[in-house]
Each structure stands twice: as C-alpha cells, then as structure tokens.
Design a protein around this ligand. Structure first.
Ligand code: NDP
Length: 281
C-alpha cells in the first residue's frame, strides 16, 4: 500500500476529548433530542452509537422512540415542543422516516438554530450563500476535516463526488466549492464516470455500492474519501475497493474507521456549537 491512511477514528477521538473539556467548563450540559420513528434495525444501531458518544463527553441525549404509525401531526407536535424547550439545544430526526411521513416537511419543522444535522433548508441554503454560523451536515463537514489533516492546499484542486444526495454528495460539493475546488458532481445518469473520476485530485465516493470504485477510477496521487457503508456477506465494505485504490492514491480513508466516526464527532460538535450559541443569547 502506498497511500497514507486518513485516520478518522483518531481524529474523531481528538475532537471528542476537546469538546468534553469545553463542556466541563459549563454549569449546564448541552441537550440533544434524538427522535426515532419505527424499528429500522440500522437506525437503532446508529441512534445507540450517537447516544453513547453523547454520554461520553457530557451531552445529555434524550431519546424519543415513537411507534411506526406515528402521524405527521404527532411528530410535528413533538418537534415544536422541543423547539420551545430551552434545555434542548439540538434536535436530530433519524432518517429514513417511515414512508407515510413527509420527510421534507418534518425537517422543515426543526428550528434552524437547533438543526444540528444541518438538513433544514435554511442551513442548506446558508452553506451555498456562505452565511456564517450555519450548521453544515455532519458527514460532509467531517470529510472536510479529514481533507485538512493532509495539510494540502485544496485551492484549485479538482474534486469529483460520486453521489448527489442531500445529506452527503450535494453539501460536500458546496463545502468544497467554498474552499475553491473545481467540483464535479456525478450520479447514476452520469456518462463516462470512470473517465471523470480519473481527473479527480479529490475523489469522494458516496453512492452506496460496495467496492464500486476500483483502481481504474483513481488518478495517481489522488486523495480518496470513502463514505460508503455497505453490509455484505464479507463484512462491512466501503464504496471503494480499498486494496486497489490504496496502491494508487496518496491518501485514503478506511472503512470502518474513516468517515463514519467523523460523522458522529461532527454531530457532537454541532450540538456543542448550538449549546454555546444559545447559552450566549
Ligand atoms: P443515497 O442512496 O441517498 O444516494 C446515492 C447517490 O449515489 C445518488 O445520488 C445516486 O444517483 C448515486 N449513484 C448510485 N449508483 C450510482 C452509480 N452506479 N454511478 C454513479 N452514481 C450512482 O445515498 P447516501 O448519500 O445517503 O449514502 C451513500 C453511501 O454513504 C451509503 O453507503 C451510506 O450508507 C453511506 N453513508 C455513510 C455515512 C457515514 O457516516 N460514513 C453517512 C451517510 C451515508 P441518483 O441521484 O441519480 O439516484
């Protein structure tokens, strides 16, 4: 392997311990409401990991586990109540929601100043308009932190993002554009994907297809960020064929231990920022 590993696990641990120290200086603890509707097993695992991470650094995570048949009105009512609860500084609605619920409307109900996931249109738009103080979504924010650990100047680099979801691909594109990268967003209709990826100084794989990005997609010396989490019969796999890409890239994130831990660390950071801001006002 020639690429250097971008160790998200270690970086996330450093961020968590810094946040823990900061929180300890306050008399009150930040409060995060974690809302889960239904019994999706993967969501339950994610929620438990987030709650555990909160507890470890002194964030009070309050879980609201609602039944599968919760109505739009009931969920909106809970969110409104939490919006008006001063002890709750951040609100997280675990996605995906059951199909009968209108996800866009639910995310709109969360007060932007408590939207620590960064999914509210106000925060999404603020990233595009480069407004200070907006919450960036946790996964793309974590990706930028990982890129910064390379010490490379991102200015002018070609970034190619495979995937255009609202939670990963699109916000990652805007954050990279704000850092003066030349950004190409690709998706399932993209033609000549391999050729486009070969132009990437920074290649971000967020398509949800196990080991789809093979060595042929990677430009020599590229920084490869693997967002994918795919549970396969051979264990947890990313969207990148790690063994192949690691022979060609200059830096690469592993799965697990790359982007995943950074997503949780950024959720904690956003929750602390919400708490500090609300404390000041
Ligand atoms: P989505 O399913 O919402 O989006 C996938 C995107 O990939 C879509 O834009 C889709 O295109 C595109 N795509 C699918 N197939 C191809 C293809 N063959 N070629 C090019 N583009 C393609 O996924 P998410 O963004 O939510 O997640 C992506 C991956 O990242 C998943 O494995 C998920 O588990 C993981 N993830 C990991 C996180 C972490 O913390 N590490 C956090 C969030 C997600 P189109 O728009 O045309 O359909």
């Amino acid at each position: 392997m020639t690429a250097q590993l971008l160790n998200g696990k270690q970086l996330a641990a450093d961020i968590r311990s810094r946040l823990k120290e900061k929180i300890a200086g306050f008399a009150a603890a930040p409060g995060l409401a974690v809302i889960l509707v239904g019994n999706d097993p993967a969501s339950e695992i994610y929620i438990r990991a987030k709650q555990k991470a909160c507890a470890e650094i002194g964030i009070r995570a309050e879980a609201f586990h609602l039944p599968e048949n919760t109505s739009q009105a009931e969920l909106t009512h809970l969110i409104n109540r939490l919006n008006n609860t001063p002890e709750i500084n951040g609100i997280l609605v675990q996605l995906p929601l059951p199909r009968h619920l209108n996800e866009k409307e639910i995310l709109l109900a969360v007060a932007p100043e408590k939207d620590v996931d960064g999914f509210h249109p106000y925060n999404a738009g603020s990233i595009i308009q480069k407004r200070a103080g907006a919450f960036a979504p946790c996964t793309p924010k974590g990706i930028l932190r990982l890129l910064d650990t390379t010490g490379k100047d991102l200015n002018g680099l070609n970034a190619v993002i495979v995937g255009r979801s609202q939670i990963v691909g699109m916000p990652a594109a805007h954050l990279l554009l704000n850092r003066n990268c030349t950004v190409t967003i690709t998706h399932s209709h993209t033609q000549n994907l391999q050729k486009i990826c070969q132009t990437a100084d920074i290649l971000i794989a967020a398509l949800g297809k196990s080991e789809f990005i093979t060595g042929e997609y990677v430009k020599p010396g590229a920084i490869v960020i693997d967002v994918g989490i795919n549970r396969t019969e051979n264990g947890l796999k990313g969207d990148v064929n790690f063994a192949e890409a690691a022979e060609i890239a200059s830096y690469i994130t592993p799965v697990p231990g790359g982007v995943g831990p950074m997503t949780i660390a950024m959720l904690l950071e956003n929750t602390c920022e919400a708490f500090f801001k609300q404390h000041r006002s």
